[in-house]
Design a protein around this ligand. Structure first.
Ligand code: SF4
Ligand code: SF4
Length: 547
């Protein structure tokens, strides 16, 4: 084992020299800290200061250094000495910045600084020289699970940055929810009319990209390993299994619409003239393909009046249905009202809402709909019932404060997003616990929950990334977007929180950048967060926190 040689460096910059007796600090490092070598410097993080330390490492054999200057979070790029053990004595932020600059306080400030120097010396003597991390994983291929707009965007962004991508989609085609749309909410100036979905363009770019390998009709059967060295088994349609070496994972498995059959009071399932937003998109696509206007499903006659019921089974304070706002469905109803108005301005289109949520440029889209004659009425719908080929919609008008009954040829329910996030791990753990006692019902529940698994991780903590609020996969909606509570696994798009297509694509780009960071850091034996660069932390499995 190499001989240990300790050194302490006292910085005089940033007013440390003016506020403190640095010669006394050097003495404390020598006498109490028992450092073999002690130096003062006017500006330790300058090129000259860094060169002085490097020279001591190269020519004086220094193996342990206590840098008594500023916070360990500051100047990490300058003090990047990876071959030695290093501690930081925080004399700047920890002492002179928090102590009064008065004659009365000078003595105690000096005593405090000397204590900080002693602590830095004691700390570095207890440290070991970093040995490097034997657990590095060097695979730089990204796995993207889900081939919708989020998944395709993540794949393209990572490929654009030069990384190989394996894209797994469980259905037979790429595009997800967006591929089922007739048009999307506008993303470009002047934000006044529905736009092409852009799915075909993304699919053709994916198909033309040599960095992206696509598995259709495929699922992830097993995920084993750690960041930079995952072993993934992909079950393909033929029943065979493909093996892929993977560096990081993005789960972009999207959402399904809330089951409108749970809303019989709103007429769904009782009349073909009551549809959800997905149903209307299918009708619009069919109508466009046949060159005819959208017709009433019950008898194929023209639609003269459409009512859109917002927040159907959403923002439900009783917790019987979804308790949250899905964020996308106000703009979707506005877009769908335009399908009718753009085709025939005489068709009555009424949007019944309690709050209309059209953030950002959605306001321009909303105004455009008003200019086209779409009626927005503030009201709470209590029931929808079928009467022949028409529907009767009862609602409380919140402006007039009176009950109103209106007739419509077609009613569209704005139901919300339910994330495709795999099984709830807490529920699965409980079912497993009961099943171990031999309970047949619990065993069946385990089978059902496992059938929803997306990643099929072999981790002790469970087969998928944990869910946060309302079943969405995330660590924290605001502070740690894309991150899950599993290292090198990220979520993008509506599987992590409700969002529209534009937000999902931005999200997917961010997740791709995070995944690239994780793969690169895994190759260096570092975690993506938060301890990368912290040489005082033990090196054991820095690149992964779980397995
Ligand atoms: S930033 Fe830190 S190392 Fe640089 S002069 Fe100031 S206290 Fe010294
Ligand atoms: S986006 Fe609009 S319709 Fe959808 S839940 Fe929120 S407020 Fe209701």
């Amino acid at each position: 084992m190499a001989e240990t040689k300790t050194a302490a460096y006292i910085c005089k910059g940033c007013e440390l020299g003016a506020r403190l007796d640095t010669a006394a600090l050097a003495k404390a490092a020598t006498k109490s800290g028992k450092m073999n070598l002690v130096r003062e410097h006017d500006f330790l993080c300058s090129a000259a200061g860094v060169a002085m330390i490097q020279n001591d490492i190269d020519n004086e054999g220094v193996t342990h250094a206590a840098l008594c200057a500023c916070s360990r979070r500051a100047k990490t790029d300058a003090f990047n000495f990876t071959s030695i053990a290093m501690s930081r004595g925080n004399l700047r932020e920890g002492v002179i910045w928090i102590r009064p600059d008065t004659d009365a306080a000078r003595e105690t400030t000096q005593e405090m600084a000397e204590d900080y120097v002693r602590m830095a010396c004691a700390e570095v003597k207890a440290m070991q020289v970093p040995q490097g991390n034997p657990n590095t994983g060097t695979v730089k291929t990204l796995l993207v699970v889900g081939g919708g707009m989020s998944g395709m965007t993540s794949a393209l962004e990572a490929a654009k940055a030069g990384y190989k991508v394996v894209l797994v989609e469980k259905t037979g085609e790429l595009g997800g929810w967006a591929a089922k749309l007739y048009r999307r909410v506008p993303t470009r100036e002047p934000f006044k009319a529905p736009e092409d979905t852009g799915v075909a363009d993304l699919v053709s770019r994916i198909e033309a990209d040599a960095n992206i390998k696509v598995y259709l009709n495929a699922t992830v059967a097993k995920t084993d390993g750690a960041p930079g060295r995952f072993k993934v088994e992909i079950a393909v349609e033929s029943g065979a299994v493909a093996n892929e070496d993977i560096g990081a994972i993005i789960q972009a498995t999207g959402f399904t619409l809330y089951d409108a059959n749970k809303l019989p009071e709103l007429g769904y399932g009782q009349s073909p003239n009551v549809v959800d937003q997905a149903g209307l998109e299918a009708m619009a696509r069919q109508a466009a393909a046949s060159g005819k206007p959208i017709c009433r499903p019950s008898d194929g006659q023209p639609v003269n009046k459409v009512v859109f019921v917002q927040c159907a089974g959403q923002r439900d304070a009783t917790a019987k249905h979804l308790q949250y706002c899905s964020g996308f469905c106000c703009n979707t109803s506005i877009k769908q009202a335009m399908y009718f108005k753009d085709n025939n301005p005489d068709i009555d289109t009424v949007v019944l809402f309690t709050d209309l949520r059209t953030p950002g440029n959605g306001e321009d889209f909303y105004r455009s709909a008003q200019n086209k004659g779409v009626i927005f009425s503030k009201g709470v719908v209590s029931s929808v019932s079928a009467a022949g080929n028409a529907c009767s919609v009862k609602f409380k008008d919140l402006i007039l404060n009176e009950e109103v009954d209106t007739q419509a040829d077609l009613v569209v329910l704005a139901t919300g997003m339910v994330p495709t996030s795999g099984p709830d791990l807490d529920q699965l753990a409980e079912a497993n616990r009961v099943a171990e006692g031999g309970d047949e019902g619990a065993k069946q529940q385990v089978v059902e929950l496992m059938s929803k698994s997306v990643l099929n991780l072999t981790y002790r903590q469970g087969p998928d990334v944990p869910q946060f609020k309302h079943g969405f996969n995330d660590s924290h909606f605001i502070c740690f977007p894309y991150e899950t509570r599993r290292t090198a696994m990220y979520t993008a798009g509506p599987v992590r929180r409700p969002m529209d297509i534009a937000q999902a694509q931005e999200d997917a780009t961010g997740a791709a950048m995070k995944a690239i960071q994780a793969m690169e850091n895994a190759g260096l034996g570092k975690a993506a967060h938060p301890r990368a660069g912290d040489l005082s932390f033990p090196t054991v499995r820095l690149e992964g926190c779980t397995q």
